[in-house]
Design a protein around this ligand. Structure first.
Ligand SMILES: *Cc1c(COP(=O)(O)O)cnc(C)c1O
Length: 396
């Protein structure tokens, strides 16, 4: 049986593929240090676990829920946005989804006709382009300059714009670069999108994971006009160490959200009930553990970053948020006698048992993505191995 053309074109998620490969080698007994996957290494906080157990015991978790999510969780999302950012929405402007990833997927299905274009700044999160293509849209990739902290400018957007442009994605703090857009930059981009009547897709999933005094501004808070033009994508995975629970959400224009609900009603029916009850506690319960995890990431960043920066040939600017480093290793791989970053990453795994992710999945052939969502001992050992690998290759 021949598979569909759109499925044939699909690239599987490089991050999940790399993480799976590292895991498989580990299972064979190899001593692999994996800095691949983008998820907190902490356990879900106790109060959230308890809320889930309670929902199971009292029977709440047994049944289908409304497709858009349980009313308590939609209300919790509204309260969360109001209290944290002063953003006012109605519950009918919210949808709970199977992770933020599925919020994005449903959104593209809801807004794109064949050939509609979505502007995606590069480097990008691996799934944006593939999801746009699955909705028969056309991703328009805009290369952001490293000298501009990997951030897109209005001039570049102007150049990428066409009569088919439907939306632009802003992911701040960014996966993979960790950079954060300033209020001024967001104002310019937001005003431009309003003027052109383009939807702003704000992937705010790392908004609570910012370090060393840097600040995150949700683009929806800039002005009322920009808020109306924006769909916020967020979820509990990264902030609350809940990747396995699969709860995300989208907030914004009621018609778009309702369309997403209709699509979800024919695809997933509803996000897992027990996870929704847990997510209510995550958003409304005590937030001390969130701060503890943030501080732990910050400490790792501050200790790990200088070690990576000191590796031969590496060029990098210190990230402001998320939990990744995205160093330029063009020079490093040249020192090692490589022309291709993916080959270098492959050999690093084979020969030094350190798993990183090639920048190619994020739109760059000069970078690697390194996740520091793992303990400092592993990070330090990984740096030692990478340094030794470079030294061996340099001499070879
Ligand atoms: C992890 C991630 C998501 C998806 O998270 P879910 O686990 O599906 O909620 C979305 N966007 C970015 C940039 C991410 O890194």
């Amino acid at each position: 049986m021949k598979i569909s053309q759109r499925a044939e074109q699909l690239e599987p998620s490089v991050t999940l593929v790399a993480a799976a490969k590292a895991k498989a080698l580990k299972a064979q007994g190899l001593d692999i240090l994996s800095l691949t996957v983008g998820e907190p290494d902490f356990a879900t906080p106790e109060n959230i676990q308890e809320a889930a157990i309670k929902a199971i015991k009292n029977g709440n978790a047994s049944y289908y829920t409304p497709t858009a999510g349980i009313p308590e969780l939609r209300q919790a999302i509204v309260s969360y946005l109001q209290e944290n950012y002063g953003l006012t929405y109605k519950t009918t402007q919210t949808i709970v989804t199977d992770g933020a990833k599925f919020a994005l997927y449903t959104l593209f299905q809801a807004i794109l006709d064949a050939g509609d274009e979505v502007i995606i700044p590069v480097p990008y999160w691996v799934s944006y382009g593939e999801q746009v293509k699955l909705a028969q849209g056309t991703p328009i990739f805009v290369n952001c300059k490293e000298s501009n902290h990997f951030k897109v400018t209005v001039d570049q957007l102007e150049e990428a714009y066409s009569s088919r442009t439907k939306a632009i994605i802003i992911n701040s703090p960014s996966n993979p670069t960790g950079m954060i857009y300033t209020k001024e930059e967001l104002t310019e981009i937001g005003n431009w999108a309003v003027e052109k009547d383009i939807l702003i897709i704000a992937d705010d999933i790392y908004g609570r994971l910012v370090y060393n005094g840097n600040e995150f501004t949700p683009i929806a808070t800039i002005s009322e006009a920009i808020r109306k033009q924006t769909i916020i994508i967020n979820g509990v995975s990264k902030t609350y160490a809940m990747t396995g629970w699969r709860i995300g959400y989208a907030v914004g224009d009621e018609t778009i959200i309702q369309t997403m609900v209709d699509i979800a009603s024919q695809s997933t029916s509803n996000p897992t009930a027990v996870s929704q009850y847990a997510a209510v506690e995550a958003l409304l319960g005590e937030q001390d553990t969130v701060e503890e995890m943030r501080v732990a990431f910050e400490n790792r960043l501050n200790k790990f970053y200088p070690l990576i920066e000191a590796l031969p040939g590496v060029r990098i600017e210190k990230p402001q948020g998320a939990f990744y480093l995205f160093p330029n290793v063009k020079e490093t791989i040249a020192i090692c006698g490589y022309e291709n970053v993916t080959d270098w990453v492959d050999d690093l795994l084979e020969e030094a048992q350190v798993a990183l992710i090639t920048g190619e999945g994020f739109g760059s052939d000069e970078h690697v993505r390194i996740s520091y969502a793992t303990n400092l001992g592993i990070l330090e050992e990984a740096v030692d191995r990478i340094a030794a690998f470079i030294e061996r290759k340099r001499k070879a």
